[in-house]
Design a protein around this ligand. Structure first.
Ligand code: ASP
Ligand code: MG
Length: 405
């Protein structure tokens, strides 16, 4: 059985015109004789009637009091409305289709409401329906606990539903349909000559997603990567094949350029705060105390550099005040710099290639951009810059590494 999973994001199902495109992609897959699972997100974006953010607004006054368990029951409705609407359209077209919610599709999660982790998937019911020749529409970003409570997988989790089901069903491929043409070398809102990438590796896209690129949820990529299942990111509103995400060796076999290029893309995250604490003599336990305190406050820290005379790390601007207050209450005198941006240079071919950092520094110096901090892993080099320099930094790096060509 050749199985295809198609996932349609919120903007792809938001109005009648968009849904016509969805039907077109479904028809095409059926003509290609795929057994088809369709995962949908809630319709539209903030402000639109059935969007996830709109549902959240309904309880925003009482939201802080409403238990997460009940909040998940509310969020559940957005995807359900979307799924049933699509099912109606398919029946009107004479295409047999059924709707399953996450639990019915066999997605078992833990009980971390609002951000549940998938424990296992038993896709037997999906399989049965596929065998009967039905299109199986599954509501995105949800599951059920062992005690039959509804859970959601965290914002943007429909991508995760799609790849997790794809793996469980041994699908040929998972198509993530969205409102952009694929994965680009940088954010086109900032870099006007950003190019669409025909191919990219799992690790590259994962690094891009964790560093601010918003096209696909990183958790979804990790699931696909573990099972080495190819994913395509493509536009609902176009015919193009989009960007194929695979392992590096598959990409090479397919004649892709993934293996040949050094730098693939530039990503960025704004609204980052740098916190620096210098260590006075005798404060040998500084690191332990600071990071423990941040953990206790549930503040996620990033970009950590520890050195003999102190330490530096970043948090998001949102929690900067809380982090600083906590540290001051502990008797430290943190140096706090808000409104910074983290700019990442990502490429599967960076490893072991000399001169990449030199070119980064050159590009930024030419633009008078100050590097506040830097770090690297095997396929990413990060630099922290002042927020006012972010756009120039991204553009300069994009040009320096010839990503527009
Ligand atoms: N509707 C959910 C959200 O807005 C899940 C998703 O779209 O992936 O986060
Ligand atoms: Mg979404």
């Amino acid at each position: 059985m050749r199985i295809l999973v198609q996932k349609f994001g919120g903007t792809s199902v938001s109005n009648a015109e968009a849904r016509k495109h969805v039907i077109r992609h479904i028809r095409k897959a059926l003509q290609e004789e795929y057994k088809l699972v369709v995962v949908v997100s809630a319709m539209g974006r903030k402000g639109e009637p059935y969007a996830t953010d709109t549902l959240l607004e309904l309880v925003s006054d009482t939201g802080s009091r409403l238990p997460e368990r009940e909040k998940d029951m509310l969020l559940y409705c957005g995807e359900m409305i979307s799924a049933v609407t699509l099912c109606g359209l398919l029946h009107a077209e004479g295409i047999p289709a059924s709707v399953l919610n996450g639990g019915q599709a066999g997605i078992l999660t833990n009980d971390t409401f609002g951000n549940a982790q998938i424990l296992s998937i038993n896709p037997a019911r999906v399989m049965d329906l596929l065998q009967e020749g039905q299109v199986v529409i599954v509501t995105g970003f949800q599951g059920r606990t062992a005690t039959d409570d509804i859970t959601t997988l965290g914002r943007g989790g429909s991508d995760t539903t799609a790849t997790a089901l794809g793996v469980a069903l041994h699908a040929d491929i998972v198509d993530i349909f969205t409102d952009v043409d694929g994965i680009l070398t940088a954010d086109p809102k900032i870099v006007h000559d950003a190019r669409q990438l025909p191919q990219i590796s799992f690790t590259e896209i994962c690094n891009m997603a964790y560093n601010g690129a918003k096209v696909i949820h990183p958790r979804a990529v990790e699931i696909a990567m573990q099972a080495n299942m190819p994913v395509r990111v493509r536009s609902t509103f176009a015919e193009s094949e989009g960007t194929l995400v695979t392992g590096l060796s598959e990409a090479r076999e397919a004649g892709g350029r993934v293996g040949d290029r050094t730098v693939t893309a530039i990503a960025h995250v704004a609204n980052v705060t740098q916190i620096q604490i210098s260590q006075e003599e005798g404060q040998y336990d500084l690191q332990l105390k600071v990071f423990k305190a941040m953990a206790q406050e549930s503040i996620s820290v990033d970009f950590i550099n520890v050195y003999p005379s102190g330490l530096v790390f970043t948090v998001s601007d949102q929690v900067a005040d809380r982090a600083a207050t906590t540290l001051r209450e502990m008797g430290y005198d943190p140096k706090v710099l808000t409104g910074c941006a983290k700019v990442s240079v990502i490429g599967g071919g960076i490893t072991g290639v000399p001169g990449i950092m030199a070119r980064i520094v050159e590009a930024l110096t030419e633009q008078d951009v100050t590097i506040l901090q830097s770090a690297d892993s095997n396929i990413t080099i990060w630099v922290l810059v002042h927020g006012k320099d972010m756009i120039r930094a991204v553009q300069a790096l994009h040009t320096k590494f010839l990503l527009n060509e």
